[in-house]
Design a protein around this ligand. Structure first.
Ligand code: SF4
Length: 253
């Protein structure tokens, strides 16, 4: 089976545990204002590659990937859910740890669609779920998409005991870096027991050149990059929200 692949990083360090072989699939329905990969939006920009081709290439680096594994990121991998399912199924046959990096786009509890997600989740060890905003209106403003898909996906995967969950959240002044929203995010997350890590990613502006080359207007031209210090502070607020939920306290906002 073939998928549309934007690029491959043979030894990635930031997309899951250990050193990882990261496949960036093409195609994404969202249009996040801070997206640093606008060239992944259109599935047609991807190069066709087969499952075997990718995994045979993985084998060349296997000795370095022992503590890591395979991550599929994007774009959003769920756009090509059947292909990613085949890739993960074959990866598990080769005893490779699998990680899905997604926003949960397109997920619904609709029985017709659920089967496809179940097929994929059967071969998924870890999900890095990108929650872009906790407020539905702000989510729409920031990404053009619907937050409910992400939250429903989180609810669904939280019931899968064999899957670990990492949460990813980009902080950006004027959008997500606000005490109220960070706390609300934490309060929401506090109800789930299989969240193993929360990764706060400071917004950076390194994609501006890409936008220029693609002739797309970059909507955050005037935004300043955020720092690791901002990320630490954001995490503290999120953790307060989580703790309040865990202890059964009323939300502060
Ligand atoms: S989900 Fe990822 S690839 Fe898609 S627009 Fe947002 S940041 Fe870009």
């Amino acid at each position: 089976m073939e998928g549309y692949i934007h690029s491959i990083e043979s030894m990635g360090t930031v997309d899951g545990p250990g050193l990882r072989y990261v496949v960036f699939t093409a195609g994404c329905p969202l249009r996040c204002k801070y997206c640093h990969n606008p060239d992944t939006w259109d599935i047609k920009n991807g190069k066709k590659m087969s499952v075997t081709e990718i995994l045979d290439d993985y084998e060349k680096y296997r000795e370095f990937l022992k503590e890591g594994g395979l991550t599929v990121s994007g774009g959003d991998p769920l756009v090509q859910i059947e292909f990613v399912t085949e890739l993960f199924k074959s990866a598990k046959q080769r005893s490779i740890h699998t990680c899905l990096d997604t926003s949960g786009c397109g997920f619904t509890f609709d029985a017709n669609k659920l089967q496809k997600f179940d097929n994929l989740l059967e071969f998924t060890d870890l999900i890095m779920l990108d929650i872009k905003h906790i407020d539905p209106d702000k989510y729409k403003e920031l990404t053009g998409g619907n937050l409910q898909h992400t939250l429903d996906f989180l609810e669904y995967i939280s019931k899968k005991p064999n899957i670990s969950i990492w949460i990813r959240h980009v902080i950006l002044k004027g959008y997500t870096y606000q005490k109220e929203y960070l706390y609300k995010l934490g309060y929401h997350l506090g109800q789930y027991k299989n969240i193993k890590a929360i990764d706060i990613l400071p917004y950076h502006d390194m994609a501006t050149d890409k936008y220029e080359k693609l002739g797309i207007n970059y909507p955050l031209k005037d935004e300043k990059p955020m720092t690791k210090e901002h990320a630490k502070k954001a995490l503290i607020v999120i953790e307060i929200g989580m703790k309040d939920r865990l202890l059964g306290n009323k939300p502060q906002f």
